[in-house]
Design a protein around this ligand. Structure first.
Ligand code: ADP
Length: 163
């Protein structure tokens, strides 16, 4: 059974993340979405809120692709999380050059920790490539239209946070 782990903060899940999830879902039998608790980043949404939003968006995706999609919060080392869920593959999304440097280092370090776990990079469709949760939150905070960046339920949740 091919198991992939797609880790991130997902604060909140965006159309960019969902595009990557769709692409990853056709490559594996089970896709585990690893939600980093990431207290240091001071997430806007609680872990429970982030998990619920991902689960809600992924139910139809799972039915459409035939891939089992599960959500797994984690706080330990990424490579240990991969072992915990039995993943042979870590999935990451690549946006611009800015992502490359960090991802390059991550692959090197994770490979040193366990070379049997491969990291696979996927790119979202062009119109979703620039989307970043951080910017979406900023736009929502300032009252801008975020409908092009997140699914309707997430848009509603963001509006709820910022009144
Ligand atoms: P963000 O960087 O938006 O806060 P996360 O930390 O949750 O998002 O990112 C999880 C993974 O999803 C990372 O590999 C990140 O590069 C990827 N990702 C996020 N947004 C996009 C996007 N618009 N296109 C491609 N990959 C993305």
């Amino acid at each position: 059974m091919r198991i992939g782990l797609y880790p991130g903060t997902f604060d909140p899940i965006t159309l960019g993340h969902l595009d990557i999830i769709c692409r990853a879902a056709v490559l594996v039998d089970r896709l585990v979405i690893g939600v980093a608790i990431n207290r240091d980043k001071g997430p806007l949404f609680t872990l429970e809120e982030r998990v619920k939003m991902i689960e809600a968006e992924c139910t139809t995706l799972s039915n459409e692709t035939g891939c089992e999609i599960v959500v797994h919060p984690f706080e330990n080392l990424l490579i240990d999380c991969a072992h915990d869920v039995g993943a042979q593959m870590i999935v990451r999304g690549l946006r611009a050059v800015a992502d490359f440097e960090y991802e390059y280092q991550m692959v090197g370090m994770n490979r040193a920790l366990d070379s049997s776990v491969e990291t696979v990079f996927l790119m979202a469709e062009a119109r979703y490539q620039a989307i970043a949760s951080k910017l979406v939150k900023e736009i929502a905070r300032l009252g801008g239209d975020i409908g092009k960046f997140v699914p309707p339920a997430v848009e509603k949740a963001l509006k709820g946070k910022f009144g």
